[in-house]
Design a protein around this ligand. Structure first.
Ligand SMILES: [Zn+2]
Ligand SMILES: [Zn+2]
Length: 270
């Protein structure tokens, strides 16, 4: 297991969560490496959305994984004297049938693993997995189409699946663990203040702590939507928790590799 504590103690310029041409990122891997070196980063990790057992335009295909690993190795040879590069994936936890404990991932030379929930089963047809992670207009449509506009049940499903993911294990870092909060709060403003929501959040947080996971503070949406994942309201609790915190930009564009990271660090007193 990588010593993330050691890395974050010596450097503020790192990012362990990023997407490139192999999934839904918007530039080749090499462009991210160049941007990271230019910005003085010491450590940079690639984490394409993992292959999943159904079609998704956002995830790397099984067929592309070999090329992804080969490109990573080429970049290490070319730039390895200037920056530490890491091979990872942001593995989707779908449920019992697919997640980080699937044997498939053991066949890959991953340096570390992130795990996240982006898809939950439709209420109208539970063999369909619906992306609840995208932008709000798409989310709103899906609420109507697949979830009978029942936001509380969607939030409960997201947290239940996240808790199951944490208890199943097989990964190092939990990605953006209250991500549903943003879309849910657009759908029903103030939902995160509700007692039942807080209880769900805390159940997941307790499971994360019990399982000694590394917690990501995801800064991807901060500049555009003024929102961190987990939300700023939880930062005091995160600080006091003693968990290892990684401040990741989840960049999909090279110019955004450091977006929101320094602000999050300031709020966290890092
Ligand atoms: Zn994600
Ligand atoms: Zn991501």
């Amino acid at each position: 297991m990588m010593d993330f504590n050691h890395i974050v103690q010596k450097s503020k310029l790192y990012n362990f969560h990023s997407h490139t041409q192999f999934c839904d990122g918007r530039a080749p891997m090499e462009d991210f490496v160049k941007a990271a070196i230019e910005a003085g980063f010491t450590d940079y990790g690639f984490s394409p959305h993992s292959p999943i057992p159904f079609a998704s335009p956002c995830n790397i295909s099984f067929d592309s994984v070999e090329e992804y690993v080969a490109e990573y190795r080429r970049l290490c040879d070319k730039y390895g004297d200037r920056i530490n590069l890491y091979l990872s994936m942001e593995i989707d936890y779908i449920g019992e049938q697919w997640g980080a404990t699937n044997k498939y991932f053991d066949s890959l030379p991953l340096d570390y693993r992130i795990s996240s929930v982006h898809f939950i089963p439709a209420f109208t047809d539970n063999s369909l997995y619906i992306d609840i992670d995208g932008r709000y207009p798409a989310f709103k449509q899906r609420m109507e189409l697949y979830f009978n506009n029942d936001i509380r049940a969607v939030v409960e499903s997201f947290y239940a699946q996240s808790i199951e993911m944490v208890e199943t294990g097989g990964f190092d870092i939990i990605g953006h663990f209250d991500k549903i909060g943003y879309n849910a709060n657009q759908f029903q403003p103030g939902i995160e203040d509700e007692e039942w929501y807080e209880r769900l959040f805390m159940r997941l947080f307790d499971a994360i702590m019990d399982n000694n996971l590394i917690i990501e503070v995801n800064t991807k949406a901060y500049v555009e939507h003024n929102r961190f994942f987990p939300d700023l309201r939880y930062f005091d609790m995160l600080k006091k928790s003693g968990a290892t915190l990684l401040i990741n930009s989840d960049a999909h564009y090279p110019h955004l590799i450091n977006s929101g990271r320094m602000e999050a660090m300031r709020f966290l007193g890092l």
